[in-house]
Design a protein around this ligand. Sequence first.
Ligand code: 13P
Length: 262
Amino acid sequence: MRKKSVVGNWKMHTTADEARRLANAVVEGVGNDDRVSVALCPPFPYLALVGKILDGSLVALGAQNLYPEEEGAFTGEVSPTMLLDVGCKVVILGHSERRHALGESNAFINQKVRAALSAGLDVILCIGETLDQRKVNRTESVLDRQLIQGLAGLAPDALPRLAIAYEPVWAIGEGGHRATPRQAQEAHELIRNSFGKLFGEKPSLALAVLYGGSVKPESAAALLHRSGVDGALIGGASLNADQFLAIARAGIREPKTKGVAA
Ligand code: 13P
């Protein structure tokens, strides 16, 4: 069984003080327990301050976006090199909020994925269908297209640094529906099969597929213990250290008494 990954996507939340408190609490809660991989993705302005807190801990720093150029006249944008410079190991790309609210296309997301990987960042590529698409049985074709176009032209040696987050758009946020663990598992299977068709069976078996449809402490264990669910990308619950750590604990099969398993 692959080690589970639990990643906090803070979205456009927190002040500097809240970011500091949250990061410190997560670092303390994780301690030296490495049975689950943990990462935090604060907003850009707090990357450096959170990076300092995470430095030397088992918690990795991640970003929520980047621009696919090394430098230049791109007002308001942030490059892969800058993210590495402040200590990021990973970047979330293709989040549905960027696809739907900011109009990002698969082609643009693909440029970002390639730029991030070639700069040396790990990538979590988010994909997922809307409720309307699910209702008319288009889940598989939507996931396929987002994978095929989002991952076009990737070098095989970059694949170990790529994870996919399945984020059913209809299950994100407080007002969303809830996906059952079975629905999550089925979608993860579709994603792994589709990835296998693109890159071969071995990379598809090694691929981490995280679930990102509003995971809460109460729902975490049932989701994380499904076969093919390799972790979770958490929005709202990652803004509360106790809830986030409880989700991380749920990724451990045999809780002991230290660190995230306390
Ligand atoms: P919520 O956990 O707030 O539903 O958000 C999920 C998500 O979009 C994670 O990236």
